[in-house]
Design a protein around this ligand. Sequence first.
Ligand code: XMP
Length: 317
Amino acid sequence: NFTPNAFVDEMVAELKEKLGNDKVVLGLSGGVDSTVAAVLLNKAIGQNLYCIFVNNGLLRKNEFQNVLDQYKGMGLNVKGVDAGDRFLGELAGISDPETKRKTIGRVFIEVFDDESHLLEDVKWLAQGTIYPDVIESVSVKGPSATIKSHHNVGGLPDYMKLKIVEPLRMLFKDEVRRVGATLGIDPELLGRHPFPGPGLSIRILGDITPEKVQILQDVDSVFIEGLKSWGLYDKVWQAGAILLPVNSVGVMGDERTYEKVVALRAVESTDGMTADWVHLPYDFLMKVSNDIINKVKGVNRVVYDISSKPPATIEWE
Ligand code: XMP
């Protein structure tokens, strides 16, 4: 029977004991896990925790600045590193999903490594790894089970020579959220949908350009804000938009258009391993589709993904 208060007390004591006066570096992602890990460590070792939040240029619209401000407001010692151009430069021309993931993983490590070298005497790397990540990273390494490479577990090179500390490694997602609530983290942040490390790159089918990222950020923002204002956001486990590599014919006034198609995806799930598409109300889909086509230049058609996992996956890549 899990009690978040007891977990926090015990873990803070354990971290104090283990880390003493050592400096620790942690990569924040804007997600629930890394945030809860950071707040827990901050409670244990205060300003000896150095957080780095990297903008890979593939976050949601305005997310980098908003989340960075939120972190600062929480008293975390955080540095925002805007490496969007570097990531997008390295990704130019790449269409293969696994190559996208590997490229983002590699560049992330380079950026993170550069930043952590600026800090002196760091001894530890903290990660927001949770129990399902531990299980999944074992299974994706198995010979028959390589489905998608997740780069967020154990991805740092040996030469960094940092000891690893993972305070959430025995917890499930709902337990992490309860710990976060006990620590006083904003419920809105704790209720955020999961978002993949490679970000929008795996929701842009085909090659990635800054223009496509911007279109998708705008579409995604209309969709997510719509879910929030209709009171649907918390009923959905994960939602997002996908930019398809096809154009379709449309009509605007007297003009024939030939523009992009986007797919919307919203799923119910408990752990991401299986998922059902959500029966969003038709009125909502109608409104959001009109809003997207009216507000986002370059998009003239919206479709809704009605596939479950398995056999489909949540992401399209
Ligand atoms: P799939 O598409 O495999 O996704 O059904 C299951 C969950 O995992 C997320 N996902 C990722 N997360 N790096 C991540 O950090 C990745 O490369 C990655 N690929 C998928 C996906 O968003 C969903 O929550």
